[in-house]
Design a binder for this molecule. Structure first.
Ligand code: SF4
Length: 310
């Protein structure tokens, strides 16, 4: 039921059908905390630039971070490169979920996803989407180990990789968090809730403001590098901060940006409204800026300002 629905209805995504464990690992790590639509834009160019674990392992960290720009949560890029180095050092890609968990940044879910899709290991993979489906099928919130047991019980051992992907696809496209589309659900007959919904509390979101300067001179933009020992996005490049709390004129642009559970209002000013900061920076052409490991927000601002194309 679920598999024939998946065969018929699955979305065409660039990583679908991949059997190379390294490519599957890249897509799974990218999808951990980034929306599918964004990963869709970045996955192909990343695996084109780093087609093998060996190539990723040999790349400079700044080059990897630049290729990861826009995906956010840069610790994942560093872990992925560390995993690629470990794969090389161990003389080959681990072929079981248990062995995959030894790689940096690879948890139970990612290990099971890679092992089942690349090597047909009958290991259930449980992510947030799968938990939602299982909660509704059971009609109650389960304990952590119950989710894994339930998924393992349902898993089709003949097509474990497809089954895991089908469960995730069902959660992402039919059994939606708000209003599930039960009338199109292939497992409706097995579902206790059928759309009634188990109410779960949403974590409260914080609101904050960030202010930056967009200084462009002679076709170059001023960028500064975040301290290398910063806990958040160390060594990444961004626009200089606008220290002045009040500007006489309106900002050049105002945009929204979310990081984890905080929604930021971002105000970007022309340097006319505030002196340029004294700390060292770098004037970069569009081509040079595009090659730097920019923060996602810096890239967004430079694209909005039409300084960068993509
Ligand atoms: S019937 Fe509705 S609530 Fe149940 S699994 Fe399908 S989409 Fe989700």
């Amino acid at each position: 039921m679920l598999l024939s629905w998946f065969d018929r209805e699955q979305r065409k995504l660039p990583w679908r059908g991949a059997r190379d464990p390294y490519h599957i690992l890249v897509s799974e790590i990218m999808l951990q905390q980034t929306r599918v639509a964004v990963v869709e834009q970045r996955y192909a160019s990343f695996v084109q630039q780093f087609p093998t674990a060996e190539r990723l392992a040999a790349a400079r960290e700044q080059t990897v971070l630049a290729a990861w720009s826009g995906l956010g949560y840069y610790r994942r890029a560093r872990s992925l490169q560390a995993a690629a180095k470990k794969v090389g050092g161990n003389g080959g890609f681990p072929r079981t979920a248990e062995a995959l968990r030894e790689l940096p940044g690879v948890g139970r879910y990612t290990a099971a996803a890679v092992a089942s899709i690349a090597f047909d290991e009958p290991a259930a993979a449980v992510d947030g989407n799968v938990k939602r489906v299982l909660t509704r099928l059971a009609g109650r919130v389960l304990g952590e180990s119950e989710y894994w047991d339930a998924a393992q019980t349902l898993l089709d051992p003949k097509r474990p990789g497809d089954f895991n992907q089908a469960m995730m696809e069902l959660g992402a496209t039919v059994c939606l968090p708000g209003k599930p589309l039960c009338e199109t659900c292939p497992v409706m007959a097995l579902c206790v809730e059928q759309g009634a919904g188990v109410k779960r509390k949403q974590a409260p979101r914080n609101k904050s403001e960030m202010r930056y300067l967009l200084a462009v001179n002679d076709g170059k933009v001023l960028l500064r590098q975040r301290p290398k020992d910063n806990s958040l996005m160390p060594g990444m490049w961004e626009l200089p901060e606008c220290k002045a709390k009040r500007g006489p004129a309106a900002p050049l642009m105002k945009l929204k940006h979310s990081i984890t559970n905080t929604d930021y209002t971002v105000l970007v000013f022309s340097p006319r409204e505030s002196r340029l900061p004294a700390e060292a920076g770098k004037w970069a052409t569009p081509a040079a800026a595009a090659k730097l490991a920019l923060t996602g927000l810096a890239r967004k601002i430079l694209q909005r300002a039409e300084f960068l194309r993509c």
